[in-house]
Ligand binder design. Sequence first.
Ligand SMILES: Nc1ncnc2c1ncn2[C@@H]1O[C@H](COP(=O)(O)OP(=O)(O)OP(=O)(O)O)[C@@H](O)[C@H]1O
Ligand SMILES: [Mg+2]
Length: 247
Amino acid sequence: MPESVAILEVTGLRKSFGTLEVLRGIDLTVRAQELVFVIGPSGSGKSTLLRCCNRLEEPNEGSIRVDGVELLDPKTDINAMRQRIGMVFQSFNLYPHMTVLANVTLALRKALGKGREEARAIGEAALARVDLADKSSAYPAQLSGGQQQRVAIARAMALEPKIMLFDEPTSSLDPELVGSVLAVMRELRQDGMTMVVVSHEMRFARDAADRVVFMDAGQIVEQGPPDRIFGAPQHARTQSFLADFAA
Ligand SMILES: Nc1ncnc2c1ncn2[C@@H]1O[C@H](COP(=O)(O)OP(=O)(O)OP(=O)(O)O)[C@@H](O)[C@H]1O
Ligand SMILES: [Mg+2]
């Protein structure tokens, strides 16, 4: 089988906030259907990296290609590209005054110009995939945190993104709700979605990730298969991070 195509190619990425250099030359390639897990200490630049990948932050230098399109090219239609890049955050950012289905179909209607019935059909299918078919007319406040996060995932999936970026999708959830969100992410992976996940769910990383990337101080220190990164980390900084984590 030929090596699968690169969906996300980050090269020489640099980002500063004032005098603080937060990303110091990141190179990262994510191939079709890969699940890449990003770990690292607080402040190491993980969220900034994800946010640069749909230009919620403007990088200072480097290249970010998504599905072959350079995001940093001024000629690129960034709004069109953002529809191809699903983003799921720690806070679900659902509209409280809109039903679950309306939240999921909003971008389909406003950004993709789908009609009401087509948007509804796509939205209902996306909700079924996250096991929430019966909640389409509920309001976010009537759902558990885990259910709300699954709605946020359905909203991103409904746009049929090329890649999904997850920034600590389970860290605001009560422990008993984490599993349902991880189960949905596992199914997405089995369905062939390309995913980058920033998370502290190391056990999930161990059994679901294709590759684990360890970041520290704005750089990728090492990366590899989960067994190697967790079982035999090469760099002292990775070792000490994982040791602190286990403690
Ligand atoms: N908008 C901003 N303005 C100024 N500094 C920022 C901004 N966003 C992030 N930073 C700084 O950039 C650094 C990296 O932040 P980032 O949020 O990317 O880290 P992180 O690895 O996601 O950390 P955590 O694990 O705590 O979420 C931090 O020092 C942070 O204070
Ligand atoms: Mg973060």
